[in-house]
Design a protein. Structure first.
Lengths: 134, 64, 133
């Protein structure tokens, strides 16, 4: 499958960085769990709570950089199309679940899960869009 | 991408808005193409060339 | 920057209005039935679908605009804004999620995600427009 050959060394680098950031995210989770056993409060608690969010934002930033530096037009089209469809799916799903929570007593969905849900939709969308361009 | 759009426009005394209207795009698009901030797609490049009665290569150059 | 000259934009504005009215109507209906009849089970699920359908219709209207926009540069600007929007929105949900877990911030209503996204994408579009004036 020709499309598996990505652009260049640059995008390979981005992928590695992506993996690094994911590892960092998991690591910082562990560190934070340790910390939480000592029960900080006040402003410090808020700051600590936000800390694990940063690697996740970093992951998204890495992906954004990858898109920006993509040279292959077709790959860029596939990526953008997949992202747009994932956005549609995620927004629809969260809105639907939100109303189910309000009106039908559905269990509360953690906002933390929105990012992985988006990721799953992105994976599905990418596979489908790639198939369209085969 | 470097281009001669400004020159070609001046020859016909067209403003960016005039060119935009003829191309059926927004003035921002024309400005972005002219200043090299945006490379037009192939169909749009062809429309530009037809409009100025010339070839794409005569308008755009990929030299730095 | 006269957007109203653009037929795709005009069509979108009408569709947006229509779907917004649909959403409001469905929302009012659903809430009214919920308050007066307290349905449960599958009926309640059906009820929740109504306003969500309104939102999905609104999203579809924008999707139609994107595919009908002939000006490729403007379409690219919109898409860029949409992508920045999702990045910003997901950052907010992740941050709120952690705050919810660790400092017990109030539950984030999931129905907020869509309006939040619209606001952030709109902001992103505004910034993009300024850069490419």
């Amino acid at each position: 499958m020709e499309r598996k050959i990505k652009d260049s060394a640059l995008s390979r680098y981005k992928k590695r960085m992506f993996i690094l950031v994911v590892v960092l995210a998991l690591l910082s989770q562990l560190v934070f769990w340790e910390f939480i056993r000592h029960h900080p409060t006040g402003v410090l608690a808020y700051l600590l709570a936000v800390l694990p969010a940063l690697p996740f934002i970093g992951i998204m930033a890495t992906y954004a950089l990858y898109i920006a530096e993509l040279r292959d037009e077709l790959v860029r089209t596939v990526v953008k199309t997949s992202l747009l469809w994932s956005i549609v799916a995620t927004l629809s799903a969260t809105t639907l679940w939100g109303f189910l929570e309000l009106l039908a007593n559905a269990p509360h969905l953690q906002p933390l899960l929105v990012l992985p849900i988006f990721g799953i939709f992105l994976g599905i969308a990418t596979a489908l869009v790639n198939r369209r361009y085969e | 991408m470097n281009n001669r759009l400004r020159v070609l426009r001046a020859e016909r005394a067209w403003s960016q808005a005039d060119l935009a209207e003829r191309l059926e795009v927004s003035r921002q698009s024309v400005n972005a193409i002219e200043t090299g901030k945006y490379d037009p797609s192939l169909p749009l490049a062809f429309r530009l060339a037809r409009l100025f009665d010339t070839t794409i290569e005569a308008i755009f150059t990929d030299e730095k | 920057m006269n957007c109203m000259n653009n037929p795709a934009v005009r069509r979108y504005l009408w569709r947006f209005l229509a779907t917004m009215l649909l959403y409001i109507a469905f929302l009012v209906l659903a809430v009214w039935i919920f308050v007066h009849y307290h349905p449960a089970g599958p009926l309640a699920w059906l009820l929740a679908f109504l306003p969500a359908l309104g939102i999905i219709a609104q999203i579809a209207a924008f999707g139609m605009y994107l595919s009908e926009e002939k000006d490729e540069f403007m379409r690219n600007l919109q898409i860029q804004a949409l992508l920045w929007g999702i990045g910003a929105t997901l950052s907010v949900t992740v941050t709120w999620g952690f705050l919810e877990s660790f400092v017990h911030l109030r539950h984030m209503d999931l129905i907020l995600v869509y309006p939040l996204y619209c606001v952030l994408s709109g902001l992103a579009l505004g910034i993009q427009q300024m850069r490419y004036r």
